[in-house]
Design a protein around this ligand. Structure first.
Ligand SMILES: Nc1ncnc2c1ncn2[C@@H]1O[C@H](COP(=O)(O)OP(=O)(O)OP(=O)(O)O)[C@@H](O)[C@H]1O
Ligand SMILES: [Mg+2]
Length: 347
């Protein structure tokens, strides 16, 4: 049984003013997340990502469909029972949401106070948590004395205080610079690997997804438009929204403005070849080009590593006798996925 199970869930908000349409924040979403997974949810602003998380942590009741967490159907619970479910789910935010009037210690101890954990047990637990996030020396500092990355690590410590099985992160690194983002993601990876916590991360940054997610879910307009293992999503995105996201970190077939520049410098036949570790070998493809007596030059693209596997898109310029080029393009097109960009003259 999955730890989080959404079955045909919709969340509709009533019209905000007379005559307006209701807002379908989440539409007919089915999704299951297994214990121990790290799932990345991506989508543009307004796609329904935060709404989806609010359904999971029982802050918002589903308009229809069912939300199960650890086998319990949230739609059937009383407010008091929902409160208990929420305590089993930690949450971190883009703006950290720390209590500015409390020290780091006070922030991390807060969930323990709320949960009624005896005060005598607070010190050991807070100290353990602060060690885990690397802030043992900051217990007496106030949030305003911390950097963004440190604040988020306090946020993580606080979210873990009540030993949740699930950690939800809503744009938790979006306010951080790239280096600090890496540090915070390292902590989140340890939360998953060492503590066994299931992590769901909302982000619009594909670098974040690439670095941490086992599985990726893409949302658009309240719906899940694509989902799958991170490698597949990056190596072979299918939905246009997914392709746009993947393009932000992976060189694919050159876009129009890039292609214009390439054509000015490379009058020959341009083709983009897609390689992946479970497909045809590069050596096979290049041997075929040499055998066909055609010249080649690599003009664009690169190879990527996602979750320990590799793939990439390489754009080549092929020059030579037109019939030979044509024959080579046909032959290598049988070995690997090929996008024929033609020559400048053909346009
Ligand atoms: N309480 C609410 N009342 C009415 N409409 C809402 C409410 N909360 C969210 N919405 C609407 O639901 C849709 C999805 O919002 P949501 O906040 O889930 O998007 P998001 O993907 O998290 O976007 P962002 O990346 O900007 O945070 C939006 O059109 C939003 O305006
Ligand atoms: Mg949001």
């Amino acid at each position: 049984m999955a730890l989080i199970e959404l079955d045909r869930v919709s969340l509709t908000f009533p019209p905000t003013r007379r005559g307006a349409d209701p807002v379908h924040a989440v539409r007919d979403v089915s999704l299951s997340i297994e214990a121990g997974e790290v799932v990345g949810i991506v989508g543009y602003s307004g796609a329904g990502k935060s709404s989806l998380l609010r359904l999971v942590n029982a802050l918002e009741p589903a308009t229809s469909g069912s939300v199960r967490v650890d086998g319990v159907d949230l739609t059937r619970l009383s407010e008091r029972q929902l409160y208990a479910v929420r305590r089993g789910i930690g949450m971190i935010f883009q703006q950290f949401n720390l209590f500015s009037s409390r020290t780091v210690y006070g922030n991390v101890a807060y969930p323990l106070e709320v949960a009624g954990v005896p005060r005598s047990e607070h010190r050991a637990r807070v100290s353990e948590l602060l060690h885990f996030v690397g802030l043992a020396d900051k217990a007496l500092a106030y949030p305003e004395q911390l950097s963004g990355g440190q604040k988020q690590r306090v946020g993580i410590a606080r979210a873990l205080a009540a030993r949740p099985a699930i950690l939800l992160a809503d744009e938790a690194t979006s306010a951080l610079d790239p280096e600090t983002t890496v540090d915070v993601l390292d902590v989140l990876k340890r939360v998953n690997a060492e503590l066994g916590v299931t992590v769901v991360i909302i982000t619009h940054e594909m670098e974040v997804v690439r670095s941490i997610a086992d599985r990726v879910v893409v949302m658009e307009d309240g719906e899940i438009v694509e989902s799958g293992p991170a490698f597949n999503i990056f190596a072979a995105p299918r939905h246009p929204a997914t392709r746009r996201f993947v393009r932000t970190v992976v060189d694919d077939v050159p876009e129009a403005h890039v292609l214009d520049g390439l054509r000015r410098r490379h009058p020959g036949r341009l083709v983009t070849l897609s390689f992946r570790d479970d497909g045809a070998r590069q050596s096979q493809v290049f041997a075929e080009i040499v055998r066909g007596d055609v010249d080649l030059e690599l003009v664009h693209g690169g190879l990527e590593d996602v979750r320990g596997r590799s793939f990439g898109h390489l754009t080549l310029e092929l020059t030579g006798e037109p019939e030979r080029v044509e024959a080579v393009v046909a032959r290598i097109g049988e070995l690997v996925p090929l996008t024929d960009l033609g020559t400048g003259a053909q346009r």
